[in-house]
Design a protein around this ligand. Structure first.
Ligand code: FES
Ligand SMILES: [Fe+2]
Length: 386
């Protein structure tokens, strides 16, 4: 682990132990108000899609989905049909999954292995770099320049065992390393590259996407919404939020952390004593538990609905019955906990248009909501660029 990350984690532990001694917790300077129209205004949603889901890279999966050359998967939930593949020399490539002849979706399968992609309409065929390799009966098709009719490429990156794609082909450059820099050392230390996917799932829920996102941005709700599930595992309403603009590291201490007071600092383990909810702007979380990690992606599918996609990553394949049972039990718990959040989220949606609230009031405890709202406002105003 890098010294910077170690110093950051030691400082987080010291902060929490200080809170335990003095009865404090992490606070923002003031309350924040969020206008309810930010959840209900269709023009706002269009702008969010156009900016947040077209101009910024988002995590689309774990690198193991593209373990070998020729492996591919498709991705449609942003509203942009995308095809993501590993080419012959091992690079991750992403394309608009749209045929250059007359626009049909080229690859239909959710995932698979291929040497070439052949469009179902008239069988134009593309290679793993998106080049147009051939078309049936091409002698009399007419005069075309095949080199100009390859699949349209999207910026794609593989970092820390995760795959990022910007769902828009615009020529604006993406400096992914600068973008993830504030979190790079922490993400590197998780060693996600060597992890494997234990489960992945996607659920569509009836709530504006911000409501789903906000469920992962504070721990103030744990001991009411998750009274019989997550509450007892953590210190009540304790958390440390590091503003890693535009991202946020949100460290939530486990219930037994106070025992570290009796240990020498160089024996402290951050990982064994925290759950970390890393918000990666605009729509991802890397949620690190003591021994495994969840990658969340939340994408609007309409004004009042969103899709929640999750991958559960474990350090090595569950090859024994005992391991399988252990990870399955963890999976069952998160399903229950996330469902508790989503049921409440759908109830928020149901009340949004009642006029009961003109604003939501975000308390000083709810730091990641406040920080994330600033990043969102900056992006929508054009002040934040990738
Ligand atoms: S639309 Fe794809 S080959 Fe015609
Ligand atoms: Fe929750």
């Amino acid at each position: 682990m890098s010294e910077t990350n170690q110093a950051e984690e030691r400082a987080i532990i010291e902060t929490v132990l200080g809170y335990c001694d003095n009865g404090g917790t992490h606070l923002q300077p003031d309350v924040m108000q969020i206008p309810v129209t930010e959840y209900t205004d269709p023009e706002r949603l269009n702008r969010e899609i156009e900016v947040l889901f077209r101009q910024f890279p988002i995590i689309v999966g774990h690198a193991s989905a593209l373990a070998a050359p020729g492996d591919f998967f498709t991705h449609n939930s942003t509203g942009v049909p995308m095809l993501i593949a590993r080419n012959r020399v091992g690079e991750v490539k992403a394309f608009l999954n749209v045929c250059r002849h007359r626009g049909a979706r080229v690859e239909q399968q959710p995932c698979g292995k291929a040497n070439t992609f052949s469009c179902p309409y008239h069988s134009w065929t593309y290679d793993l770099d998106g080049n147009l390799r051939g078309l049936p009966k091409d002698t009399n098709f007419g005069d075309i320049d095949k080199s100009e009719l390859g699949l349209v490429a999207l910026p794609a990156f593989e970092r820390f065992g995760l795959i990022w794609v910007r769902p828009s082909p615009s020529s604006a450059p993406v400096d992914i390393d600068a973008w993830v820099a504030p979190m790079a050392e922490q993400l590197e230390s998780l060693d996600l590259k060597s992890h494997v996917v234990f489960k992945e799932w996607a659920v569509k829920r009836e709530m504006n996407w911000h409501i789903a996102l906000e469920g992962f941005q504070e721990q103030y709700h744990f001991c009411s919404a998750h009274k019989n599930t997550a509450c007892s595992a953590y210190l009540d309403n304790q958390g440390v939020f590091l503003d890693q603009y535009p991202h946020v590291r949100h460290a939530v201490p486990l219930a037994g952390i106070e025992k570290l007071k009796d240990q020498p600092k160089d024996e402290w383990s951050y990982r064994r004593n925290f759950m970390t909810q890393n918000y990666l702007f605009p729509c991802n979380f890397v949620q690190s538990m003591t021994d495994h990690v969840y990658i969340h992606t939340i994408i609007p599918t309409g004004q009042t609905s969103c899709i929640f996609q999750c991958q559960m990553l474990i350090p090595e394949a569950a090859n024994t019955e005992k391991a399988e049972k252990y990870w399955q039990a963890n999976y069952n718990v998160v399903q229950e906990v996330f469902d508790e959040d989503f049921v409440i989220g759908e109830s928020i949606q149901a009340g949004l248009n009642t006029g009961a609230n003109q604003h939501f009031t975000i308390g000083r405890y709810e730091s990641c909501l406040q920080m994330a709202r600033r990043s969102l406002a900056d992006a929508l105003a054009g002040r934040l660029k990738v």
